[in-house]
Ligand binder design. Structure first.
Ligand code: SF4
Ligand code: SF4
Length: 343
């Protein structure tokens, strides 16, 4: 069990290693968080990290999960050896990746069927292909059908910016029957994402209201942004799990490991907590930096929503805020009546 009882009162019986196996990617998205050329681990070192994840989970009686991502995780040079090793263990597995051929999905499913496979779209066809490259939109739609054929849960994620915000709900309509879950993350203005624009707080809250209305007739629309819990709180509805099931779960119920073994509290912003190859998962999890990210920002500490919110540290970082002290710039908890009383 993972607990931060004395700090926030959260308890989790599951832990996810979000593993960015390689930065290699056949796409070049305009909001990519990291295009740096990182050397991927040799198989033996990757295996060492896998075993350290398993020991960490066993030691704390946790259900272990590995979320394989990149870049495109399939491009990791030792992908199949590593996937077979994961398949031999009692671990849940999922993917955040790009569309791959049917033969690759069939081989993955034969070794271990993923709990879900998540792909990204950035809006309707024209906008998406401008960000992710020509032909990408239709490749994703075709790929969702392949996932369905293999009985693999298909999730679609969008990175929300000012220019695609109005396309989210129409895109959700298009994905009805194709995606099991469609959700979005607000852009963190990090890496190449710093060239893109975010909506204002008022524009974003208005959008959230429209999204909530649309979700009444589209069950695929999912509420990943923990700030939706402000609306739920205002209307006395039970909270959702927000970003990771515990609001911001950075360095709590998941960590991100980069190609060379660097561990971060969350992949969406530089949040180094140690080297997983040198310290093991236990070592990075226990590091003082990891603890600091787990606690999150001081201004959220006594908020009644903290267990299911905490804002998004990556968005705060992207806007130049001190993530350990200043709350998410989109938080409207104090102003909720102004925004919501007419909703
Ligand atoms: S103060 Fe923090 S925890 Fe509370 S609603 Fe705002 S962002 Fe969420
Ligand atoms: S910083 Fe927290 S809320 Fe933001 S994406 Fe990472 S885990 Fe989610």
């Amino acid at each position: 069990m993972l607990r931060d009882g004395r700090i926030l009162g959260r308890k989790s019986n599951c832990f996810t290693l979000q593993w960015h196996l390689t930065n290699d990617c056949e796409l070049h998205c305009r909001h990519c968080y990291d295009r740096t050329d990182r050397t991927a681990l040799k198989f033996d070192d990757a295996y060492k990290i896998l075993q350290s994840h398993i020991s960490f989970c066993r030691g704390r009686k946790l259900a272990g999960h590995v979320c394989l991502t990149g870049g495109n995780p399939i491009l990791y040079p030792y992908f199949w050896e590593l996937y077979q090793s994961i398949g031999n263990e009692d671990l849940g597995v999922s993917f955040l990746g790009n569309p791959v051929p049917q033969s690759v999905i069939a081989r993955i499913a034969q070794i271990r069927k993923p709990i879900y496979y998540q792909v990204s779209l950035e809006g309707l066809k024209e906008h998406n292909d401008e960000i992710r490259g020509p032909g990408h939109f239709h490749r994703v739609l075709d790929f969702l059908k392949i996932l369905q054929e293999h009985g693999i849960r298909a999730n679609v994620m969008l990175t929300l910016t000012r220019s695609n915000m109005n396309q989210v709900i129409p895109l959700g309509e298009m994905l009805k029957g194709l995606a099991d879950r469609f959700t979005f993350n607000r852009l963190a203005q990090v890496g190449e994402g710093s060239n893109l624009e975010l909506p204002t707080q008022a524009e974003y809250v208005e959008f959230m209201k429209r999204y909530i209305m649309a979700s009444r007739s589209n069950s695929a629309l999912w509420f990943k942004d923990s700030l939706f819990n402000i609306v739920r709180y205002h209307f006395k509805r039970p909270a959702t799990g927000g970003c990771t099931g515990f609001g911001c779960g950075a360095a709590f119920n998941f960590i991100a490991v980069l190609p060379e073994g660097e561990a971060h509290a969350c992949r969406k912003f530089p949040s180094f907590i140690g080297n997983a190859l040198d310290l093991g998962i236990e070592g990075v999890y226990k590091s003082p930096k990891a603890r600091q990210y787990r606690i999150g920002c001081r201004q959220c500490r006594f908020c009644r929503l903290r267990k299911v919110c905490g804002g998004c540290l990556a968005v705060s970082y992207g806007q130049g805020l001190d993530v350990f002290n200043e709350r998410d710039p989109y938080c409207f908890f104090r102003e909720r009546s102004d925004y919501l009383d007419d909703f």
